[in-house]
Ligand binder design. Sequence first.
Ligand code: LLP
Length: 414
Amino acid sequence: MDYFSYQQNALFAEDCPVAELAKKHGTPLYIYSRATLERHWHAFDSAVKDHPHLICYAVKANSNIAVLNVLARLGSGFDIVSGGELSRVLQAGGDPAKVVFSGVGKTVAEMEQALNVGIYCFNVESAAELEQLDLVAGRLGKVAPVSLRVNPDVDAGTHPYISTGLKENKFGISMDEAEQVFARAAELSNLEVKGVDCHIGSQLTEIQPFLDAMDRMLALIDRLAEQGIEIKHFDVGGGLGVTYDDETPPHPDKYAAALLERLNGRPLKLIFEPGRAIAANAGIFVTQVLYLKENSDKRFAIVDGAMNDLIRPSLYSAWQNIIAVERTDAPTLTYDVVGPVCETGDFIGKQRELAVQSGDYLAVRSSGAYGFTMASNYNSRPRAAEVMVDKDKHYVIRARENVEQLWQGEQLLP
Ligand code: LLP
């Protein structure tokens, strides 16, 4: 459930008319709904009921500091994958003691930064990283809390680019090596083994792959207990899918209930790392039609938003719904909605039934996750502005980039 809907023929974000926001702030424009973000976060948090848990929102999905701050105010933790994301969390008022640090390539500087602010746990992804972290912690006179990301080798049944739990992927430590690496972690004096973690992929629409992964991880936790290695938390990763089109992913209630049932009374704290499920449907991307154009057998709606602003359609052939911001009685025709970037792959949607004229605004639904965070300046296009609505109020949470910012830091030869 989200708070974007039509009132008569005009699309609203909560109580704000989207067309007015687009007129006032220009396009392309990202618009987020605070009530939707909060609703989705609470859906996770309340689904786990009174079982000990921590919701660590995956910052990569949408890292605007206003978004992070809204979640921090609810008591959210954060899943980060870089020093930059950690700095954003701190800037947004997030609690470092609720931060888990994932990723296969943490640098020494990032380890130091995270140790110095006292994060909750490092999700270590290789034996080599474990040795490095022990050295860095020792040098700082600290003990690093660690969890090992184990690759359960399950097929998440999602797009190959966002499937991470197969043994051919670069992520995590293989199940065969896991016990040995845990034994080494327990031996290293500047580390404290806290947990086990996995993340099998993104945009999962079935519960079964999560349960398959959990069964393998729980069996590992039991084997570790026999070796005297006590695991305190199980981080189930993120990955719960959302509805872009007609997918029917399980509600967090159903998902959490299934995991808790599998846990079977074990006193393990559960950590969740949802990104998309919280942010995707809390945002839209608004773009204006520049021109309508017809080639031999195709119609194009050329819009001012492009693959540099929203790359998911180009990169993953992802389908996101495109709707009119104001419904009109223009003829409904089939269009490819394409941007101004000089690439054939620059499209927002193909073969869409739309009633549009040049000058109209279109809204691309489900753009709150992996939208702005994946934006680039390709074709020297300044990045879009971001607005957050809160009932009938709205706030610019990121000003539109200007062209001078494009060459900031660049230098002519003497
Ligand atoms: N935890 C870890 C370790 C992850 O790698 C990810 C996502 C998450 C949590 C959050 O997953 P989520 O709940 O959002 O599914 N750019 C792609 C998605 C890449 C996901 C990468 N990892 C897309 O636009 O579909």
